[in-house]
Design a protein around this ligand. Structure first.
Ligand SMILES: CCC1=C(C)/C(=C/C2=NC(=C\c3[nH]c(/C=C4\NC(=O)[C@H](C)[C@H]4CC)c(C)c3CCC(=O)O)/C(CCC(=O)O)=C2C)NC1=O
Length: 179
């Protein structure tokens, strides 16, 4: 795992240089933006069950066959596994957002997931769609545009745009891994 700090050290080491200049500047920015990052993670985590259940309900509404015999979430066991997978993926995405680094998400969550899904007959397209619905919700929370759950923040919304983009990119990584 390489978080923003380790990355700066590895980057400096590969050049045989002291940590300084641009590395220190980027770490300084990372720390300055830290509260914003923590708020974003907290906002996603505290709405996690809503985000996950909405996404799974969404794929079921869009594809009634999902809950019919032979469907991807037919039987309570499979529905439970699907909801659990949604939570797992969302949780690992919050780890990436917290550290500014996707390697834990890639190594421990997404690595091999596509193969697992194809071996078990989990429909990859529907799983990707669920991740995309979670993306829409999480992005709305991070950018504070969720219509029903607006927070009172003093922050200029524009300041959160890079975090919104970063959040979106982790979901894109997950979709790409299972598609
Ligand atoms: C640490 C990271 C980690 C991940 C990522 C993980 C995923 C994971 N999801 C699984 C199953 C599953 N995953 C789903 C998910 C879905 N079915 C659908 O139709 C939907 C599209 C989708 C929900 C969005 C289902 C239904 C199963 C059970 C499949 C079966 O046993 O037939 C399995 C097989 C073992 C089990 O059932 O628990 C694994 C390993 N486990 C882990 O430990």
């Amino acid at each position: 795992m390489l978080d923003a700090f380790s990355r700066a050290v590895v980057g400096a080491d590969s050049k045989g240089a002291f940590v300084g200049g641009t590395e220190l500047d980027s770490l300084k920015q990372f720390i300055e933006a830290g509260n914003r990052r923590l708020d974003a993670v907290n906002f996603i985590a505290s709405n996690a069950s809503c985000i996950v259940s909405d996404a799974v309900a969404g794929i079921c509404c869009e594809n009634p066959g999902m809950t019919a015999p032979g469907g991807g979430v037919y039987t309570n066991r499979k529905m439970a596994a699907c909801l659990r997978d949604g939570e797992i993926i969302l949780r690992y995405i919050t780890y990436a957002l917290l550290t500014g680094d996707a390697s834990v998400l890639n190594d421990r969550c997404l690595n091999g997931l596509k193969e697992t899904y194809s071996a078990l007959g989990v429909p990859a397209g529907n799983a990707a769609r669920a991740v995309n619905i979670m993306k829409a919700a999480a992005v709305a929370f991070v950018g504070n545009t969720a219509s029903q759950r607006k927070m009172n923040v003093t922050e200029n919304p524009a300041a959160c745009q890079s975090l919104v983009a970063e959040t979106a990119s982790y979901f894109d990584t997950a979709v790409a891994a299972i598609s």
